[in-house]
Every structure is written in structure tokens, then in C-alpha cells.
Design a protein around this ligand. Structure first.
Ligand SMILES: NC(=O)c1ccc[n+]([C@@H]2O[C@H](COP(=O)([O-])OP(=O)(O)OC[C@H]3O[C@@H](n4cnc5c(N)ncnc54)[C@H](OP(=O)(O)O)[C@@H]3O)[C@@H](O)[C@H]2O)c1
Length: 291
């Protein structure tokens, strides 16, 4: 099969979810930041939104905002702690009990932990692994059969630019996001031809509650990212939804961040390791002798 025929075959095999009209979408981590904004941008188009996160009051006020945008929208709020596997299963049971046949799964909930791994609080690390990795994977596993009822259907998994490379002092977080990106690419290939597209979103720094949640009490946080690499939450949600509608494998919002994979491919690993070491342990930074 020539290249052109391949492209044609893939396009036919995987129709993209083009306009989200009347879709039924589940959004995890909808109480704040990127998830909340995705919900607001879907509100004028979607038929049903299912919102989940731990903070029920935030979900309820988002429901009210979404209904103001689109009074015919159906909005379900299901508070759940996704670090608890039984609550992830409870969410899937809720969808089944309410006969909510999803065609769009948005795995957005996630958080980081900023500081050296050695001194991290194990309970927080374990919760992070549960939310960022286990809950995301479990929701894909439990909900793909539902998505299969609809053609086209879509999965959007929120990863990060931290998935591109190891990040000292965010080591576990970056590793969870490397998992999300790798899993999403593999799943995308497996689901080719089923009508379900899989996209992973890799934002760089975005001003949300993420930084405060990642910070450790009494430990100075990571240096702030310069403003020129930051992207607004509205832009992140817009780029993500556009990527899903065009059946893109990966979405990287912002010009600077989208250049990162290219720059990283050009840098030898040995230089990156030196940079990581000096970032993690400032005493290893080169000092210049003055005569
Ligand atoms: N902001 C950034 O710079 C950035 C960059 C790259 C990637 N990301 C990724 O983008 C996604 C969204 O983050 P954000 O920036 O929007 O952060 P955020 O404002 O802190 O929002 C995180 C969302 O995840 C939910 N969540 C956290 N722990 C949860 C748990 N145990 N159970 C259920 N829900 C939970 C939070 O809801 P509750 O607290 O109400 O439960 C909240 O709705 C995350 O996956 C993050 O890793 C963020």
C-alpha cells in the first residue's frame, strides 16, 4: 500500500469527533483549572456533561455556570476521590446506573509533588500514582466498551511537557506523565479502526491551582516559569478540543512548548544529565574562579 493509500485508510478507519455536538462527556478534575475550562468550552455544544472531582461545591457552581451558557444541557455532578479505587469503580457504576452512554472521556484529574523524592511524604506520592496513573488507566479500561457504542468516540488524556524528560524534584510526577503519554500512544494504535480516537495533551506551565497543590509546606517551591512560556487555561482547553476534533495524537499548547520535543531531540542525553544534576543539587553548578 502506498503512503497516500495508507493515509486514506487510516482516515476512513478513524473518523474524528468533529464538533462535539450533543456529545456525552465525562470530565475528571472538573472543579478547577484545565478541567473546569474544558467543561465551559464544551457547554455550548455538548448534550450531557458528567463532572467529577472531590469538591462537590465547586462542581455545583460549575453546573450552574454551564447551564447559564446552555440551558438545554444535562449536567451530572459526581463527587469522587480518584485516589481511592472503590470510588473510581463507583463513578463507573454511576454512569451505568444513569444510563449515561459516553462518547467522550476526558482524563484530566492529576497533581504533582514538588521537591526531592527522598523527603517526599509517601501518602501523597501514593495518591499521585493512584490519580495520575491508576485511575486514568482504570477509567479507560472500564469505559472503552461504552465508547465503542458510539462512532466516533474520543479519549483525551491530560499529560504534560514533563512527560518529555525526567524532571528532578518532580521525579514521580514527570514519570506518571511519561506513563500517560506512552499509554495514550499505545492505546491510540490499538483502537485504530474502532472509531475511538485517543489524544494526549501536553501543557507546559499554566497558572492554575496545580502549583499550590504540588508545593510542600515549609519547602521553597520550584522557580516560577517565565511568563513567555506560560499559556492561559483558555488556550490550553481550546488547543486540546481542537486536537481531539482533528484526531491528533498529541497536543502541545503554546509556541515555545511545541518547540520542546525538537530541541530535546537535538540535545545529547549527556548534556541533559549535567543540566538535571545541577538543577537538583545546586552545589554541582560550575563556579567560575576569579583571579
Ligand atoms: N497547571 C500546569 O502547569 C499543568 C501543566 C501540565 C499538565 N498539567 C496537568 O493538567 C491536569 C489539570 O491540572 P490543573 O493545572 O488544572 O490543576 P488544578 O487546578 O489543581 O486542578 C486539578 C484537578 O484535579 C482534581 N483532583 C486532584 N486530586 C484528585 C483526587 N484525588 N480525586 C479526584 N480529583 C482530583 C482537582 O479536584 P479536587 O481537588 O476538587 O478533587 C482539580 O479539579 C493535571 O493532570 C495536571 O497534571 C497541569
Amino acid at each position: 500500500m502506498c503512503n497516500l493509500e495508507w493515509r486514506f485508510a487510516l482516515a476512513v478507519a478513524a473518523p474524528a469527533m468533529k464538533d462535539f455536538l450533543e456529545c456525552t462527556a465525562l470530565i475528571t478534575g472538573a472543579s478547577a483549572g484545565i478541567g473546569r475550562e474544558i467543561a465551559l468550552q464544551l457547554a455550548p455544544l455538548a448534550g450531557t456533561l458528567v463532572l467529577t472531582a472531590r469538591r462537590a461545591d465547586r462542581l455545583e457552581s460549575l453546573r450552574a455556570e454551564a447551564l447559564e451558557i446552555n440551558p438545554t444541557l444535562r449536567v451530572f455532578c459526581h463527587p469522587a476521590d480518584l485516589s481511592v479505587p472503590a470510588e473510581v469503580d463507583g463513578l463507573c457504576r454511576f454512569l451505568a446506573d444513569e444510563a449515561l452512554d459516553l462518547d467522550f472521556l476526558i482524563n484530566n484529574a492529576g497533581f504533582g509533588d514538588s521537591g526531592p523524592f527522598e523527603s517526599s511524604e509517601w501518602a501523597k506520592v501514593e495518591r499521585m500514582l493512584q490519580v495520575n496513573v491508576v485511575a486514568l488507566t482504570s477509567l479507560c479500561h472500564q469505559l472503552i466498551p461504552t465508547l465503542r457504542h458510539h462512532r466516533p468516540g474520543a479519549i483525551l488524556n491530560v499529560s504534560s511537557v514533563a512527560s518529555f524528560l525526567p524532571v528532578p524534584n518532580l521525579s514521580v510526577y514527570a514519570a506518571t506523565k511519561a506513563y500517560v503519554s506512552s499509554f495514550s500512544e499505545g492505546l491510540r494504535a490499538e483502537l485504530r479502526g474502532t472509531g475511538i480516537s485517543v489524544t494526549h495533551l501536553c501543557p507546559g506551565p499554566v497558572d492554575t491551582e496545580f502549583q499550590a497543590v504540588a508545593a510542600r509546606p515549609g519547602v521553597p517551591g520550584e522557580r516560577h516559569a517565565p511568563d513567555f512560556v506560560k499559556v492561559s487555561v483558555e488556550e490550553v482547553a481550546r488547543v486540546a478540543l481542537r486536537a481531539v476534533s482533528r484526531d491528533r495524537a498529541r497536543a502541545i499548547p503554546g509556541l515555545w512548548m511545541s518547540l520542546m520535543p525538537v530541541l530535546l531531540a537535538l540535545l545529547p542525553m549527556v548534556l541533559l544529565r549535567l543540566a538535571f544534576a545541577s538543577r537538583a543539587r545546586p552545589e554541582l553548578r560550575p563556579t567560575w574562579r576569579t583571579a
